[in-house]
Design a protein around this ligand. Structure first.
Ligand code: SF4
Length: 500
């Protein structure tokens, strides 16, 4: 049950019983998750992490016409440069007008952690209004602001009234959650509580599509059912967000990103969530289309559409499958989307030698079983023999890949391509998730993999010039999960710690 009366949404480890460490099989993880048997445990050695504020930034920085204030030390805004580079390119690729990010930092310093940073925040909100004349201002909290207890909500309330635009506090302090995706929920909670309005006029042909800054692939697919894609929240403007409640239904590219706002829109405004896996892979696209059609009253035309789409892509799909058959592939990506990629790769006939996801939610918002993406994957494609959860620890992934020896690695974050490159494994970053959606997306993914396989020599060359940063001790360790503690696995790490 979503509670929009509260200032903050609970972090995932409490709300969804999420975990960041596991190794075993897909089926086992499904079964143990059903009873919430697994507890959030840590590694005794951590090399790196992301943070919730980063996920909050990923969504809010790229809302058209809004301004964002990182109430934080300046280093927390390091993502602003990358967002500036990508947002305009993404907007143009989507056929939208040019777009800029409008980000300011309060630059919290030592003195502010003693005397508080609220005066700085107030001044920065006025400055954002003066410079950008935004239609909304998001205030993102940080570790420093959270630790000293700056009451950003009171300042937001006060200035929202004075400035006459939504001033949205986003509680995404990095230290608060071990699951950085909690930052998505924090940003959505702010949007749901301060921006989304009750519907004025329902739009029966509008489908909310929660996504990142991806290509326009849902639009053409939904268009075949006479529907329009309402892409949110990146690249959307504040007015579009206000009307999320007017849509006929809500779908998303993965549960990890958007099951929270989808559940909230259904509960608060009766906008039903498409409760079948997203359209990645043939069967999942069939089922997704059927569910969208059911929710929008288009059952009569959907079966013909599915049949004609199958016929249209059949020849190309068969060719791609023949060329990819038997190639060994490893997936390293966020929770739900990793399952969607796996479903597509198995559809393409590849040999899936392992999956590592960045965290695992043991349940979904609303507890809907049909949204359990791992359950759906295991049900449709069978057991995943080599399955692990690891919050991006290169030292661990290095060993996992060495053991699995894939022909190709597919990742969802650019920085994770480096580990594959160091090992000489052709590595493909699946950055634009939308591009693989639908029947055409599956064919496109197959062709992109075939292109990536041609880079084998390049990656082998890179590997020859890379020195491993790890000690012989670690490289000779048999167990990649040596530092994993108390997960119920059979790791040797319960009693012994080593050094990298
Ligand atoms: S973990 Fe804390 S200090 Fe680090 S970037 Fe995130 S909010 Fe800033």
């Amino acid at each position: 049950m979503v509670n929009l009366e509260l200032s903050e949404v609970e972090v995932r480890e409490r709300r969804l019983k999420s975990i960041i460490s596991y190794h075993g099989t897909g089926q086992d993880l499904c079964e143990r998750s059903r009873n919430r048997q697994l507890t959030l445990t840590e590694r005794s050695f951590g090399q790196c992490s992301d943070c919730s504020q980063g996920c909050g930034q990923t969504l809010t920085y790229v809302i058209r016409g809004a301004a964002v204030i990182d109430h934080a030390p300046i280093g927390c805004s390091s993502g602003a440069g990358a967002a500036s580079l990508t947002v305009d390119v993404s907007a143009r690729a989507r056929g939208l007008p040019p777009q800029e990010v409008h980000v300011l930092s309060t630059n919290i310093q030592e003195k502010d952690t003693v005397y508080g940073g609220l005066e700085k925040l107030r001044a920065t909100i006025y400055e954002a209004k003066r410079r950008f004349d935004p239609s909304a201002i998001f205030v993102l909290s940080s570790c420093a602001a959270g630790i000293v207890g700056d009451d950003i909500e009171s300042v937001a309330d006060e200035l929202q009234e004075e400035l006459g635009i939504p001033v949205v506090p986003v509680f995404c302090e990095g230290f608060k959650s071990r699951i950085w995706s909690s930052g998505f929920d924090a940003a959505f909670h702010g949007i749901l509580t301060r921006i989304v309005k009750a519907p004025v006029k329902k739009q029966p042909d509008l489908v909310n599509v929660f996504n990142f800054e991806g290509s326009d692939t849902f639009g053409p697919l939904l268009g075949k059912l006479g529907l329009r894609a309402n892409y949110v929240v990146p690249l959307a403007d504040v007015e579009t967000l206000e009307k999320l409640s007017e849509a006929a239904c809500t779908t998303h590219i993965c549960e990890t990103l958007a099951m929270y706002p989808a559940a909230a829109l259904e509960q608060e405004y009766g906008v039903p969530e498409v409760k079948s896996p997203p359209p990645f892979g043939v069967q999942w696209t069939d089922n997704w289309l059927r569910e969208v059609a059911r929710l929008t009253g288009r059952e009569e035309i959907v079966e013909d559409l599915i049949q004609s789409e199958h016929e249209r892509v059949n020849e190309e799909l068969t060719q791609v499958r023949e060329q990819l058959k038997g190639k060994r592939i490893y997936i390293f990506a966020g929770d739900s989307y990793a399952h969607s990629i796996a479903n597509m790769l198995l559809d393409l006939g590849l040999d899936l030698v392992g999956i590592t996801t960045l965290h695992h939610d043991q349940t979904t918002d609303g507890g809907t079983e049909s949204l359990d993406s791992l359950g759906n994957l295991v049900a449709s494609k069978g057991e995943i023999g080599n399955y692990s959860v690891c919050n991006k620890q290169p030292y661990q992934v290095f060993k996992l890949l060495k053991d699995a020896r894939p022909d190709i690695l597919i990742v969802r974050h650019m920085n994770m391509t480096i580990t594959g490159a160091k090992l000489g494994i052709p590595t493909m970053n699946d950055g634009d998730v939308n591009i693989s959606a639908g029947y055409d997306g599956l064919v496109r993914l197959g062709k992109r993999l075939l292109d990536a396989l041609k880079t084998k020599k390049l990656f082998e060359n890179i590997s020859r010039h890379c020195e491993s940063p790890y000690t012989t001790w670690w490289l000779e360790q048999a167990d990649p999960f040596f530092f994993e503690k108390n997960t119920g696995g059979d790791s040797a790490a319960d009693t012994d710690d080593g050094e990298l």
